[in-house]
Design a protein around this ligand. Structure first.
Ligand code: ATP
Ligand code: MG
Length: 410
């Protein structure tokens, strides 16, 4: 059954596929989602944001969507689908337009935005998001919304996020094969930020870090805007490989040990505590210090967070993010992750639980690994309300959804 005001978010992760179906709540200014259905498939043909096996990916989408639809009792509309991975590229681009009227109109802003985005991104690349950073009217800079101002010369600095065409196409294809359509692709750490960050954190400055299975995504916010995004090819699966090596266990057992006994910050573990290790008949009964497991995880995570910190420094945000670090994704489930992040970045840190703007089956998504799919559903809700408001006010949206400026959101 198709119902009005229903939205769906689909997170195609490296370790699981998660679908969320919800009902749009609120209005354009304060939008939200009432969660109606959640579906998770442990199978996934996606590795680090790229479809490696289209059949398996399609199957996982079918499974996750079927469960979510059953729980919700409604059929999903077109999907808002997450995208991530090393193929993500970012750059800034400037635009300039002259103002002919008495004051700057919305159309002038759209025009200068168009100029800044009409650049070549290189072969085989698609524009994913264009985010206006700031506007300049004549000599005055630092303007966030120039509509209504007087001036002759309007400039914009735009932050552009692009993806590999083939990566985006394969995601769309898998979704289509599963019987759905992609309404829009959304960068995963940005989706995640919608579910967990407060307005104050974005304003003061903070970094969101999504510690996934195959990749770690991050987004830096300052002055209410996204300033930079990144994707690193290291995450939970690397912790697992280290445990396989360090404790001579299988990959499945290493994952289990990590999720049951893993700690991200060694000083939190009692040096006398031991854990039983799975063993082959030949190995006999085996034990290991829990401290050793923690040490393996601590070291690798410290290295991954160090790479994020390097990027923060390179972009000039070191010592300039007073709201600190917010961690989401499966890795955020590790005890001690907050202590580790606090030490690695020398800032405050917290775990990001999806809570903002959601109602309904909140308990089903109350974990940091649901930040991306919840954020996708929230993004979908906002876009749906925005389109409805535009139609109601008679504004003809000439801009395709992909080219919509993300200024109201990020
Ligand atoms: N309780 C836990 N303790 C430690 N690690 C955990 C826990 N739960 C999940 N993980 C780890 O988190 C990772 C999965 O995280 P998540 O579900 O965010 O990834 P994903 O979205 O599938 O992957 P990606 O975003 O990288 O494509 C796995 O490596 C898993 O072992
Ligand atoms: Mg993920």
């Amino acid at each position: 059954m198709k119902v009005e005001g229903i939205v769906a978010g689909l997170d195609l992760g490296s370790t699981r596929t998660c679908a969320i179906i919800g009902q749009v709540t609120g209005d354009v200014r304060v939008s939200g989602v009432k969660v109606l259905g959640v579906g998770v498939s442990r199978e996934t043909g996606v590795r680090r944001g790229v479809v490696r096996d289209i059949e398996e990916t399609t199957r996982s989408i079918v499974d996750a969507m079927r469960d979510a639809e059953r729980m919700a009792g409604v059929q999903a509309p077109d999907l808002y689908c997450g995208i991530a991975g090393e193929h993500i590229q970012v750059r800034t681009s400037d635009g300039l337009a002259s103002v002919t009227g008495e004051e700057i109109l919305r159309a002038d802003v759209e025009r200068v935005n168009e100029v800044a985005t009409a650049i070549s991104l290189g072969p085989e690349r698609d524009l994913l998001h264009s985010i206006p950073q700031e506007y300049k009217v004549d000599a005055q800079d630092g303007i966030s919304d120039p509509v209504g101002m007087t001036g002759l010369r309007l400039e914009v600095q735009m932050y552009l996020v692009s993806v590999q065409t083939a990566a985006a196409q394969n995601l769309r294809k898998s979704v289509q094969r599963a019987g759905y359509r992609v309404q829009q692709l959304v960068l995963e750490p940005l989706a995640s930020s919608l579910a967990v960050l407060t307005q104050e954190e974005r304003e003061l400055g903070c970094a969101l870090i999504d510690l996934g299975g195959g990749s770690t995504g991050a987004a830096i916010f300052k002055d209410g805007k996204v300033q930079h995004v990144m994707s690193l090819p290291y995450a939970g699966s690397h912790l697992t490989s280290d445990i396989v090596q360090g404790l001579s266990v299988t990959q499945v057992d290493a994952d289990r040990l990590k999720e049951k006994w893993g700690v991200a910050y060694t000083p939190l573990v009692d040096p006398d505590e031991s854990i039983s290790l799975p063993s082959t008949p030949g190995q006999g009964v085996r034990q290991a210090k829990r401290e050793l497991l923690a040490h393996i995880i601590h070291q690798r995570l410290d290295e991954i967070l160090g790479l994020v910190q390097d990027e923060i420094e390179k972009r000039g945000f070191a010592g300039n993010l007073p709201a600190g670090i917010v961690v989401t994704g499966g890795g955020a489930h590790l005890p001690g992750i907050v202590e580790l992040a606090r030490e690695a970045f020398a800032t405050p840190a917290r775990v990001g639980m999806p809570h903002q703007g959601i109602s309904g089956l909140v308990d089903s998504v109350q974990a940091p690994r649901y930040a991306v799919p919840v954020g996708l559903a929230l993004f979908a809700a906002h876009e749906t309300l925005q389109s409805a408001a535009d139609t109601a006010s008679g504004v003809e949206r000439l801009i395709s959804p992909v080219k919509r400026w993300l200024q109201d959101f990020f």
